[in-house]
Design a protein. Structure first.
Ligand code: GAL
Length: 354
């Protein structure tokens, strides 16, 4: 077991070292450009007021600005928001392509409509880094200059389920309030066609079932990642099921916060809520004991990986050293954190088991 671990650590060190070496090439390449030559990257975002995606985009802006300064203007980023309308995003793509942008980073509005975006980019020979809203695998295979950066939805769901399992083991009476041996729950779901909603809903529940918990679903509903929509749904459920609700499982933190808003409106004390994202407000709610826990996907890491891929592709530099999977994706690491401050990573547990 020791030996295997050693290989893993050594392997990771090689990957990091390779990444560092190529990062030097990337910088050197940009510095070698004529001052008048600018490599331009367009970042297209599905809407402006999504908390989690907004956090990633803010980081891309921050890191991008730094790089723009370091490269004395030979590198530049521009941003567009699509108001949740794929036709608007398609027009924005046309605009960037007509202005000879070198790479596009696309947070699709409709992940099932990637083919149109790919067709346009391929015709103009402009590489695309999709992020957060994952195209279907067949679309990503259509061309070799397409990649996806995102978090593994299944991993986040399993970690979310384990937050509940661990909590139940520690405090069974806090979760199974009526002591009937069954956990009565409600579930807040994200957008209907988003990969994260479908997978998180399925695997969070599956993880509870696998751990031997008996469950009863009282209700569930789609709140599209949005706090106010989740607040409205939870208020309805509180009216209908009252104290029968023992657990609220949410596909993300903003909807978990919406559930907390409803609970606070009712002046009841209830904190059996789990979320995903690790947004600043989500983490605050966990720290102050208003939620059992959340799953943190580092927005800084997310932004760095997107930019790294985009910078290299804009310069035509090798992607060696980047942790690209066979499905052409790079997955951002994540961990769970609970209100007792305990942290858990699945990746490490997998290594331990080896
Ligand atoms: C999910 C995230 C949600 C929302 C969504 C937008 O990964 O958990 O909070 O940001 O992406 O695509």
């Amino acid at each position: 077991m020791k030996r295997k671990k050693c290989y893993i650590v050594f392997g990771a060190a090689i990957v990091l070292a390779a990444a560092a070496v190529t990062a030097v090439f990337v910088d050197r390449y940009y510095k070698s450009l004529e001052k008048s030559e600018i490599l331009k990257i367009g970042v297209l975002v599905y809407k402006e007021d999504d908390t989690f995606v907004g956090g990633i985009v803010d980081e891309i802006k921050r890191q991008g600005k730094e790089y723009e300064r370091e490269m004395e203007g030979r590198f530049r980023l521009d941003f567009s928001y699509a108001e949740e309308n794929q036709s608007i995003q398609n027009e924005q793509i046309d605009k960037y392509l007509s202005l000879d942008y070198d790479v596009l980073c696309v947070n699709l509005v409709d992940r099932t409509e990637a083919a149109i975006v790919i067709e346009k980019a391929k015709a103009a020979d402009v590489p695309v880094v999709f992020f957060n809203r994952e195209p279907v695998p067949e679309d990503l295979q259509q061309w070799d200059k397409l990649y996806y950066v995102g978090a593994d939805a299944r991993e986040s769901a399993v970690l979310e389920g384990l937050l509940v399992v661990d909590y139940y083991k520690k405090y069974p009476e806090r979760l199974d309030k009526n002591q009937d041996g069954v956990i009565q729950y409600v579930l807040l779901e994200g957008e209907i066609r988003h990969q994260d909603s479908l997978i998180r809903t399925e695997y969070s529940i599956q993880t509870l079932v696998n751990a031997g918990l008996s469950l009863e679903r009282l209700d569930g509903g789609i709140a599209n990642w949005v706090r106010s929509q989740a607040e409205a749904l939870t208020a309805q459920w509180l009216k209908e099921y009252g104290s029968d609700i023992e657990l609220i499982i949410s596909n993300n933190d903003d909807m978990a916060l919406g559930a907390i808003d409803a609970i606070e409106d009712w002046y009841i004390s209830f904190s059996n809520i789990v979320g995903i994202d690790g947004t600043p407000k989500g983490l605050e709610a966990v720290e102050s004991g208003k939620m059992i826990g959340t799953i943190v996907t580092g927005q800084e890491d997310y932004a760095r990986v997107i930019l790294d891929l985009a910078k290299r592709m804009a310069a035509g530099i090798s992607l060696d050293g980047l942790d690209i999977r066979e499905d052409k994706s790079i997955r951002i690491p994540m961990y769970s954190i609970n209100s007792d401050g305990e942290i858990r990573r699945l990746e490490e547990e997998g290594k331990e088991e080896n």
